[in-house]
Write a protein that binds this ligand. Structure first.
Ligand SMILES: [Ca+2]
Ligand SMILES: [Ca+2]
Length: 290
């Protein structure tokens, strides 16, 4: 099995997703005074509120976009490969993902992947296909990870939203919770002296693709042509993810290879299913929804 030699990055299972569900309306309890009907009214209101919240969550998670009809995505492993972007010169100076603007625009509209993130995934997949041709990495697998990790760089993990700036860096930057051994997270002592995660005691997953510093040190790459590998920059993060997924000679066109690659990212069956579903939906040119 290809991932047996792969050191599993000590990521917390669902390190990000554990933070990804908004807390919802705060629960305020008021002491019932006066007639006994207050309790009944409170229960009724609670039921109505619960139904409303559930309906809202369903609407944001599952509703197809205007004019779109969401088809069920097959649960095959690996997920179908999305068509490749057009060939570009990935060795050109500067930000080569910009060459994919025309390709990304209509797919971004259909899949609701921010165009800048989609260009980064396409660019990283093209580089991977040139650098590691036996890996067979396709952009929709990177996009599946980007969706589950940080909603393509738009979720900061702090219950406020990030957005990618013109340089492809989230504002505010994305830094996950401390991997301090509590709350279901692994214990990862500091390895970067706070350089990437601003935490000198523990490590934290950083950037749109949620790399822990130690893993970024091994797999991080520069893909936006500024000469520095920055885990917060979406082109760099996507290529770092491609490098990690393709490590150890994996072939992502096989079930074993794809499973091993995703497990090396986050060793969780729930995570695997979510990435597969998102990648399968993207191959069908439609949004991910969980
Ligand atoms: Ca640290
Ligand atoms: Ca860079």
């Amino acid at each position: 099995m290809t991932n047996q030699r792969a050191p599993l990055p000590p990521r917390a299972p669902s390190a990000h997703s554990a933070q990804s569900t908004p807390s919802g309306p705060s629960r305020r309890r008021r002491a019932a005074r006066g007639c006994g009907c207050v309790g009944l009214v409170a229960v009724t209101l609670a039921v109505v509120l619960t139904v409303a919240v559930v309906a809202w969550l369903l609407s944001i998670n599952q509703a197809p976009g205007p004019g779109q009809q969401q088809e069920p995505a097959p649960a095959t492993m690996p997920p179908a490969a999305a068509p490749n972007p057009p060939a570009i010169d990935v060795n050109a100076p500067g930000r080569t993902s910009d060459q994919l603007a025309e390709w990304a625009a209509p797919i971004s509209e259909q899949t609701r992947i921010p165009a800048q993130a989609l260009r980064a995934y396409g660019n990283a997949a093209l580089i991977a296909q040139e650098s590691w041709p036996a890996c067979h990495l396709h952009w929709n697998t990177l996009a599946g990870i980007g969706w589950v990790e940080t909603r393509h760089g738009t979720y900061s993990g702090r219950f406020d939203s990030s957005a990618l700036n013109a340089q492809g860096i989230p504002e505010p930057e994305i830094i996950g919770p401390a991997l301090d051994g509590t709350g279901g997270f692994l214990l990862v002592d500091d390895t970067d002296a706070g350089a990437l995660d601003h935490d000198t005691r523990f490590d934290r997953a950083v950037g749109p693709m949620q790399f822990i510093p130690e893993s970024w040190g091994r797999y991080g790459r520069d893909a936006d042509g500024d000469g520095a590998a920055n885990p917060q920059q979406i082109d760099d993060a996507a290529l770092g993810a491609a490098n990690l997924l393709c490590a150890f000679g994996r072939d992502l066109d096989t079930e074993e290879g794809w499973r091993g690659a995703i497990a090396s990212y986050n060793h969780s069956s729930d995570y695997l299913a979510k990435v597969r579903d998102a990648a399968a939906n993207y191959a069908m040119n439609q949004p991910a929804h969980r």
